[in-house]
Design a protein around this ligand. Structure first.
Ligand code: ADP
Length: 581
């Protein structure tokens, strides 16, 4: 509470009230002004009632620290103002120079400080100074104290207004900054945008980003604006070293208001007088530092620090995004290269295979013809042993011929040419089962046929469809253990005929199941394979089935067995006959 004794004389008291009221009236018109405008307004209005040289105003923070508005207030220093804040009562000094010899404002003789109370809180201090001794009377003090409460409300209002405007400006700046930072994913672009935008926004001399190399724990400037490149190149700090090194180690901002007064300051650029450095933190990991500097001491405020800290959070995220993107880009490039290499290898392989197949065809035809001649005993009779060996040669030559034909067929673009006549799939499959009965018996395997009563027809090429089941049954025999069972089933599923070949063999891992239908692909295709083959059988199956408008797929579990399904649209012949008579 502020107390001031009223004069005893009623006339004097009335005059005082009148002065206070006039002042109150004048002060009240300032209700919507900014702090700076308010200072000017108060200077004019109070001067009409009280003679003074300078009007001063301090705002008091939550932590009771007085903060001067404008620069006139710095003249009398903090100490008397702190005293008013601590006591909550006015201070009227008539012989200022004597009381405050150390003060620099030698022309000041009188100072009147009035606490400004808004509600229960002391929000500021109003001060008047004069070059005259004993310039302020008890009446002046009374008049000012009378207007102190409404004035406090006006000051608080202006402060809130200024705070809101500042926050809005800060938000706008950060929003614009975020937009600019995120407009590119190129790391160099992002870094450049950060430093250039912050330099502009914070009106500083230089702004720089130093990134931490986690391998050798060294900070180096990755991008700077407003710095001489000579100093940029020299900048190299270990973790914990210099201001940036400490910020990167401790993860807290450091403000150096005056580099000359800062013990042990490491100068890269001798003209730097104040420096504010904040950490660039990403998910609790420090990736570098962000600094602004000035060639003036005390260049930065707490607001600058807050803004730079928030901007650093945005910057760290933008940097990380750009880094991730560039990593991704590199991976895409590597993949594209690997893919191009693969394609080239594939093309070379195809060319090679095609050439070799082509070259093999003619000699194979010769061999087959001569073997046939020999078997027909055209040059002369054969011994039993000679016939046996020649039969083996004939069998193997036929196998190689089939392989060469398969290769040639698969090398051709587009679907194979097929005949289209109604074919019973049961007949086709049965024929294939008969064809491999000997091989199955040799491997100790039984083949069980599960066919429906009715003949299920498809439109297709009997010879090519037999080839499909030859291949599927051949694989089932090849990949089954001795003594197992192979089940061949045919059923009608919706508008398709579905045939399946199930074995109890080695099975196929899930991740391989799609690829086995590719040309030359073999599970465990390394040299150490137990089973022979070319890796062409299923590619041919797929080719033929698809040429029939059908599908082929596999369900398999390693160690348990595989079931290959072939589904081809069912053909239903138009009904013949009708009502006779
Ligand atoms: P291959 O001549 O190697 O049999 P395929 O194209 O017919 O060529 O088959 C490709 C690969 O698919 C085989 O090498 C094998 O790894 C796998 N495979 C095919 N059928 C079966 C099956 N019934 N059981 C286990 N693996 C199979």
């Amino acid at each position: 509470m502020n107390f001031v004794s009223l004069p005893c004389d009623p006339a004097q008291e009335t005059a005082l009230h009148s002065r206070a009221l006039t002042l109150l009236d004048a002060v009240a018109t300032a209700a919507t002004l900014s702090l700076q405008e308010l200072l000017e307004h108060l200077t004019q209005t109070i001067r009409k009632e009280i003679a003074f040289d300078r009007l001063m105003l301090w705002l008091v923070d939550e932590d009771k620290t007085p903060r001067p508005i404008g620069d006139s207030a710095t003249c009398i220093g903090d100490e008397p103002v702190r005293r008013v804040v601590a006591n909550g009562s006015p201070l009227n000094v008539g012989n200022w120079a004597q009381d405050h010899r150390s003060d620099t404002c030698t022309s000041i003789r009188s100072v009147l400080l009035i606490p400004l109370q808004s509600g229960a809180r002391l929000i500021g201090v109003l001060g008047l100074s004069s070059a005259r001794r004993d310039a302020f009377s008890a009446d002046d003090e009374y008049v000012l104290l009378t207007v102190a409460r409404p004035l406090a409300a006006i000051v608080e209002n202006a402060r809130l207004h200024q705070e809101t405007a500042r926050r809005l400006a800060e938000m706008t700046t950060l929003y614009e900054l975020a937009q600019r930072m995120n407009s590119s994913l190129d790391l160099q672009d992002v870094l450049r945008t950060i430093v250039v935008s912050l330099k502009e926004t914070l009106k500083c001399r230089g702004c720089s980003i130093a990134l931490l190399d986690p391998a050798n724990e060294v900070l180096e400037i990755a991008m700077a604006a407003g710095l001489d490149p000579k100093w940029e190149r020299r900048f190299r700090l270990r973790l914990g070293e210099g201001i940036a090194g400490r910020v990167a180690l401790e993860g807290k901002p450091i403000y150096v208001p005056d580099t000359l007064a800062w013990q042990g300051f490491i100068f890269f650029d001798p003209s730097v007088r104040s420096l504010l450095t904040v950490p660039l933190v990403l998910q609790q990991r420090i990736i570098g530092t962000l600094s602004i500097d000035s060639d003036r001491p005390n260049a930065f405020t707490r607001d600058d620090e807050r803004l730079l800290t928030i901007a650093a959070t945005q910057a760290a995220a933008a940097i990380e995004n750009a880094r991730l993107f560039s990593g991704l880009e590199q991976q895409v490039r590597n993949l594209a290269e690997a893919y191009a290499d693969l394609k080239k290898t594939e093309r070379l392989r195809d060319e090679f295979v095609q050439n070799v197949s082509h070259e093999l065809r003619i000699p194979l035809t010769f061999i087959r013809s001569y073997v046939e001649l020999l078997l027909e005993e055209y040059p002369g009779p054969l011994t039993t042993e000679q016939r046996k060996y020649l039969n083996i040669v004939a069998e193997k030559t036929n196998a190689v011929s089939r392989l060469v034909n398969d290769i040639m067929e698969l090398q051709q673009a587009g679907s194979p040419l097929i005949k289209r006549v109604p074919v019973s799939l049961s007949d086709v499959v049965h024929k294939a089962v008969e064809g491999c009965a000997a091989a199955a018996a040799q491997a100790g395997l039984t083949i069980v046929e599960q066919f429906p009563e009715e003949r299920l027809l498809v439109m297709g090429d009997e010879h090519r469809l037999t080839q499909v089941f030859d291949n599927l049954l051949g694989n089932a025999i090849k990949f089954s253990p001795n003594g197992g069972q192979i089940v061949v089933r045919i059923e009608s599923v919706r508008s398709a005929v579905r045939a399946s070949v199930s074995d109890q063999g080695i099975g196929i891992p899930k991740e391989e199941q799609k690829r086995i239908f590719d040309r030359f692909y073999q599970v465990d295709g390394s040299g150490g394979r137990r089973f022979g083959g070319s890796g062409l059988g299923l590619a041919i199956v797929k080719n033929i089935v698809e040429a029939h408008g059908g599908e082929v797929w596999v369900e398999s579990e390693p160690g348990k067995g595989s079931t290959f399904y072939v589904s081809i649209p069912q053909y239903r012949p138009p009904r013949t006959g009708g009502i006779t008579g």
